[in-house]
Design a protein around this ligand. Structure first.
Ligand SMILES: Cc1cc2nc3c(=O)[nH]c(=O)nc-3n(C[C@H](O)[C@H](O)[C@H](O)COP(=O)(O)O)c2cc1C
Length: 561
């Protein structure tokens, strides 16, 4: 349902009012293989999550009484006006999401005046996307193949088609390990193809097992012939056979000295050369030194090196190193207009979004991508206005503050429930009251990797705050029951009951009931403690302790009290 909005903003789709809702719709629409391929990160997915969570560490410092009646969200990019400081990042195989695929994205970007990146591994040719884009700026993401011929052809075609730049992806010397992709034995369905490579280069990723047509038999043969590059003793053997993502995209031989120079000669002056996948100040300096036109701070949406720094966390050192000599863009985890604002305040010139465009496509094809861009565009504008900024160029670090907060408090709402359930268990383990019982439970319910990560983070946090893990047994029981309530809230009833049983075994049913607030005994321990404390105070005033032998008395005497 679409309704007209007040105040000159875009119309609302009442079923989808933000990117989180868009993600949920897409999740339900996409088939499992596509959903897993699009949504997953490498390994445990922690970098993918942290890309998103990093934005939660910052808060905006809004300024007021500044006449924000007219807010201009536009920026200049490749000599054109981009309506917002954000574009659509290159993502492979968009027709998996919807038949509109890359053409839908290109048309949506054009209608919204937003730049688009096209993946080398698109399911639509770069010429068709250029036609659909018209004047709207579009850039070609490039995997520089070991065999220069293929890349040379692609670059020449991009030049001819009017691409403004190539974004050389530099974070893919090898493919990150994506477990769902492996388990699903990811394959492009037979009706789709990687469109940018000619017949003899064309990858054969279709479901060959289902047909015996001569064409498919040929494809079978071709696929069998595709082979990744490798070292044979001292000699490097290039990938062979038709170009496939798995065999040809990763290129471990790339180097600053040889390849950036070659690429500049191939592309310039018609197209700029950018590097996409910079994550450190050192590499940013090298990028400047080797004369690239711009940098995209990116970790491939957490799909390559898991454990790498979130892009927002890497951004400041890159900005610092570059000193404004070339533009610095960033992608990864951007889901809100406020995220764009925060990235810009940290020094980025421009942002790109990857998955949100794929979710838009899955939701409603071209219209879904337009909706995604409208939502973020409205949010950027609103954020600027509420923060007291009328021009993008005025967004600066003065509008931002970084919070020093425990991870649990900075987590996104989706992670919150899990953190609420997991952290008390980690605290209980650190306190050492219950042997390995709680640890075993936490590992089973949350997974060993997640548990280990939370334990390490908590220990580091405690070290930072200079506290030890000396929780009393009552505190531990309270924590376990907090976890019990959180687990129940997450619908994990069986696990919640198991945890309660662990607590009952350790602390007795009464104590657990008190902690859950279901027993009238709840007040008794407190009043007993109060009485005991009062007695101690009186005893101290009367000097009883100095006369009692034993550690407590001796300690008091030594300290001179
Ligand atoms: C399904 C998928 C496919 C991608 N394909 C490519 C690609 O072909 N080339 C590339 O450089 N980056 C690729 N990326 C990375 C994006 O360009 C971008 O860096 C990333 O999606 C940004 O993170 P976000 O998805 O959290 O916005 C891909 C990302 C996804 C999710």
């Amino acid at each position: 349902m679409v309704i007209k909005n007040i105040e000159g903003q875009s119309d609302h789709d009442l079923n989808c009012l933000n990117i989180n809702e868009l993600e949920k719709h897409a999740y339900n629409i996409m088939d499992k293989q596509t959903r897993d391929y699009y949504n997953e990160g490498a390994d445990s997915g922690s970098t993918l999550r942290e890309n998103i969570e990093a934005f939660g560490k910052y808060r905006i410092r809004p300024r007021v009484l500044r006449d924000v009646s007219s807010v201009d969200t536009s920026v200049e990019l490749f000599g054109h006006t981009n309506s917002i400081p954000m574009g659509v990042a290159p993502t492979a195989m968009q027709r998996l999401a919807h038949p509109d695929g890359e053409l839908g994205t290109a048309r949506a970007c054009k209608n919204m005046k937003v730049a688009m990146g096209l993946s080398s591994f698109a399911t639509t040719t770069l010429e068709d996307v250029a036609d659909a884009s018209g004047d709207n700026p579009h850039v070609l993401q490039l995997y520089l193949f070991e065999s220069r011929d293929h890349s040379h052809k692609l670059i020449q075609r991009a030049k001819k088609a009017g691409y403004k730049a190539v974004f050389l992806t530099v974070d893919t010397p090898f493919l990150g390990r994506r477990n769902l992709e492996i388990r699903n034995q990811f394959k492009l369905p037979p009706h789709l193809k990687i469109a940018n490579f000619t017949e003899d280069e064309e990858p054969a990723l279709g479901d060959e097992q289902t047909s015996n047509s001569p064409n498919q038999a040929r494809q079978r043969k071709q696929k069998a012939a595709s082979k990744a590059g490798y070292h044979d003793g001292e000699k490097r053997v290039n990938p062979t056979g038709p170009i496939t993502f798995h065999s040809h995209a990763p290129n471990p031989t790339l180097s600053w000295e040889r390849d950036i120079e070659w690429l500049k000669q191939e592309c310039c002056p018609e197209m700029e050369v950018w590097v996409k996948g910079i994550a450190t100040g050192e590499d940013a300096l090298l990028a400047v030194h080797h004369g690239v036109s711009g940098i995209v701070v990116s970790n491939h949406g957490g799909r390559q090196l898991n454990g790498a720094l979130a892009t927002l966390d890497a951004l400041p050192e890159v900005v610092e190193a570059v000193q404004g000599k070339i533009p610095v863009h960033v992608d990864g985890g951007i889901r809100h207009g406020t995220d764009v604002f925060k990235a810009l305040a940290l020094g980025a010139d421009f942002c790109w979004v990857g998955r949100p465009a794929l979710w838009g496509l899955a939701y409603k094809g071209q219209a879904g991508v337009e909706l995604m861009l409208r939502l973020l565009s409205d949010e950027i504008k609103l954020c600027m206005g509420l923060a007291g900024v009328t021009k993008v160029q005025d967004i600066s670090k003065d509008y931002l503050v970084k919070l020093i907060m425990p991870a649990a408090l900075t987590a996104t709402p989706a992670v919150d429930a899990k953190q609420r359930a997991l952290l008390p268990l980690v605290n209980a383990v650190i306190s050492g009251h219950l042997g390995t019982k709680v640890e075993d439970f936490a590992k089973t319910v949350f997974g060993t990797a997640t548990y280990d990560e939370a334990l390490t983070a908590r220990k580091a946090e405690m070290q930072g705050m200079q506290v030890n893990g000396a929780w009393g047994s009552t505190g531990v029981c309270t924590g376990l029951m907090r976890s019990y309530v959180a687990l129940k809230g997450m619908g994990e009833t069986a696990n919640a009951e198991e945890l309660k049983q662990i607590a009952v075994d350790a602390f007795l049913a009464d104590t657990v009931a008190v902690e859950l607030g279901v027993s009238r005994r709840a007040t008794r321990p407190t009043s007993m403690v109060k009485r005991w404390t009062r007695l101690c105070l009186l005893a101290r005033r009367w000097g009883v302790f100095s006369r009692i032998r034993g550690p407590y008395g001796q300690q008091r005497q030594r300290s001179g009290r």
